[in-house]
Design a protein around this ligand. Structure first.
Ligand code: ATP
Length: 271
């Protein structure tokens, strides 16, 4: 590996500065046809404000790992903490985005953004003001009274991003949020997310199958191996922020791209 591809683990900050830690996390699903070991062993820590992507072959356990971090799926063994507290169930400190934006079709864009608030308590004028501010940030303020069916796929995902941020979560968890979008919209969403992340600096985990997207957006990239899966690489992305799409022309970008591609295809567990 080239010297530009520094591994992150050696320079990770000490425990108190980590927003997310996973220690020897394992997940076995019980299915009618037997046990499925989705994650054999995952250990990592993520510093506050870092944007970390997870790459890996299909079915290697990326979504399972994120669901465990979100508290939506219990780990079979091991421990996960968010902001130093053990994860025992869903938390409002984590905002989530999935491939499907799952907007409520009968509610306006603004009401969809406010939905997580309305599930917990009455919506206050401050909440409405924050939702409008988020809609400005994702360039959808003019569409705030529209229904989801009137929006394009990229616009719906921008509503989902605003909704994920409405409770001002400390952590943003995103599972292939752009994978259903066409290539041009996907590039635009990547730029929008980079811009928004630059202003909010949320600790983020982002699952993707796009190596380029991962390099463009991330401070660090974790690569998971094939099942039974572990984390086989932990790489710090060497590009300064804010980033422009032109970084793809940088030879270091291509070198990192090829390295990650080989790593995903090889994907053996670390010894
Ligand atoms: N609820 C479940 N019950 C049983 N098995 C499951 C469940 N969810 C996932 N699995 C299995 O666990 C393994 C990992 O699945 P997971 O969705 O976490 O992988 P992934 O890396 O996110 O896949 P992809 O990249 O294709 O989205 C797969 O073999 C899958 O079939």
């Amino acid at each position: 590996m080239s010297t530009t591809l520094a591994t992150a683990s050696a320079s990770s900050p000490a425990e108190p500065f980590n927003a997310i830690t996973a220690r020897a996390v394992r997940k076995v699903y019980a299915t009618p046809s037997g046990a499925v070991e989705a994650v054999a062993e995952a250990s990592f820590s993520i510093a506050r404000g870092d944007f970390v992507s997870i790459l890996g072959p299909s079915g290697c356990g990326k979504s399972t790992l994120m669901l465990m971090v979100a508290g939506l799926e219990p780990a079979t063994s091991g421990a996960i903490t968010l902001d130093g507290l053990p994860v025992n169930g869903p938390r409002t400190s984590a905002g989530m985005m999935f491939q499907d934006p799952t907007l409520l079709p009968w509610r306006s864009v603004l009401e969809n953004v406010l939905f997580p608030v309305s599930m917990c308590r009455p919506v206050m004028p401050d909440d409405r003001a924050r939702a409008e501010q988020l809609l400005r940030m994702v360039d959808l303020w003019h569409f705030r009274e529209r229904r989801p069916r009137e929006l394009s796929g990229g616009m719906r995902q921008r509503v989902a991003l605003a909704r994920a941020l409405i409770n001002d979560p400390r952590i943003l968890l995103m599972d292939e949020p752009f994978s259903a979008l066409d290539a041009i919209t996907r590039d635009e969403m990547g730029l929008a997310l980079a811009r928004i992340w630059d202003t909010t600096r949320k600790t983020a985990i982002f699952i993707t199958h796009s190596i380029r997207e991962a390099i463009f957006l991330s401070d660090r990239i974790l690569v998971m191996g094939r099942r039974p899966s572990t984390i086989v690489e932990d790489i710090r992305v060497p590009f300064a922020r804010p980033r422009a799409p032109e970084i793809e022309a940088d030879p270091a970008f291509n070198e990192l791209y090829l390295h990650l591609k080989a790593s995903i295809h090889r994907a053996p567990p670390l010894q």
